[in-house]
Design a binder for this molecule. Structure first.
Ligand code: XIL
Length: 370
């Protein structure tokens, strides 16, 4: 991948008083990112300015998913994804590619064909191989990290196989566990320099147990032993203030992955809570107003404390643009900016965390009594 000049990594203006998230994170060699709705770039000025000024890595929230890039079989549409890659190049940002193999947001021609038996499992494998190869090749040299595989491990409410994969996952069901290693090999062949990640949620103990963590850990350790070209683990980091969050276990789990020789990244951070309504998104509990930035801060600090953590990405820019209200009934307030695109408390909390980790404070208290 192309590494932009160090100054661009921080922010084009090279100003040491720059307190943007990207500039502060650059002081510790970390990239700070956001998921982007590519269709708003250039058309929504306030949105575009925040994306350009604050972040050094961007992820397409939807534009690189299979249903977006190949809505009709054999007919590719790279428009929004290409626009995002170009925007990133112009703003000294790098790109996280998301995602090559996932059970959601598949094109309907594919799911329909599999459902009615006109696409056999052998054909499905060939179609997946072509998809992975074509997409990675299209963006060759332009993607820093790829989320190669997304969300194939079983949650506590799902049926695990002996190896911990979700037995009912679309891909596992049709192609078996071996497909995981194959997809990493195909992606590596198409772009040997891209950092290849496995991406999932609740894989650092957030659901109150370490069962899913252990399954991913064992599986990935085995992949590495087999020589499968997997470079890292993406922990999505979708938190909810109604559940506890054990920040120590989270950090220990990140470190355990890293100790396997892997990079780690926080790929989709947001911290949701119950709100008055989806338009205003004011938390209904005053304590949640503290819990939200606190848990976000714990997510960032865990990454900061693990030196192999290479990027920290929020899943969207502002609350008005988040997947949360449409997915979690009655919840919202998950991101760094409010529905009016004004920075929230959590924004300054994260700024402070970044400043502290960069070691910017010098108190002079060790110089004598008077
Ligand atoms: C979500 C997007 O934010 C929504 O806009 C879309 O409608 C559904 O997908 N885990 C992932 C992301 O890996 O791709 C999902 O993104 C959120 C959960």
């Amino acid at each position: 991948m192309l590494v932009p000049a160090a100054v661009a990594f921080a922010n084009g203006n090279g100003n040491s008083a720059d307190t943007s998230l990207r500039a502060l994170a650059a002081k510790q060699g970390l990239r700070f990112g956001t998921a982007v709705d590519a269709s708003q770039l250039g058309t929504n000025k306030a949105y575009t300015d925040i994306v350009a000024d604050q972040f050094s890595v961007v992820t397409a929230e939807n534009a690189m998913k299979w249903e977006s890039v190949e809505p009709t079989q054999g007919v590719y549409n790279w428009k929004d994804a290409d626009a995002l890659v170009k925007f990133a190049e112009q703003h000294g940002q790098v790109v996280r590619g998301h995602t090559l193999m996932w059970h959601n947001q598949l094109p309907s021609w594919l799911t329909t064909g599999v459902g009615n038996g006109t696409i056999s499992n052998a054909q499905l494998r060939d179609i997946l191989h072509k998809h992975v190869t074509d997409e990675v090749t299209h963006f060759k040299g332009k993607i820093w990290q790829w989320d190669v595989i997304n969300e194939v491990f079983a949650n506590s409410w799902e049926t695990p196989q002996a190896d911990g994969l979700n037995a009912n996952d679309f891909w596992v069901q049709h192609l078996g566990s071996g497909i995981i290693g194959d997809v990493f090999r195909w992606a590596h062949k198409a772009d040997p320099k891209a950092v290849l990640m496995y991406n999932d949620y609740n894989i650092t103990g957030e659901d109150g147990t370490n069962v899913k963590f252990q399954a991913v850990y064992n599986f990935v350790k085995d992949l590495r032993k087999q020589g499968v070209p997997i470079d890292g683990i993406g922990e999505q980091g979708h938190l909810d203030t109604q559940y506890g969050f054990d920040a120590q276990r989270y950090q220990a789990d990140l470190q355990a992955y890293a100790d396997l020789g892997l990079k780690v990244a926080i790929t989709e951070a947001d911290v949701r809570t119950f709100v008055n309504n989806s338009t205003e998104q004011v938390p209904t509990s005053s304590l949640a107003q503290f819990a939200q930035p606190f848990e976000f801060s714990e997510l960032l600090k865990g990454c900061e404390l693990v030196s192999q953590c290479i990027s920290f990405t929020a899943w969207g820019v502002h609350d008005g643009d988040s997947w949360i209200p449409g997915t979690f009934q009655g919840e919202g307030y998950g991101l760094l900016y409010d529905v009016n695109m004004q920075p929230k408390t959590v924004y300054s909390t994260l700024q402070q965390d970044l400043e502290l980790a960069a070691g910017t404070a010098h108190h002079g208290a060790l110089g004598g009594d008077k």
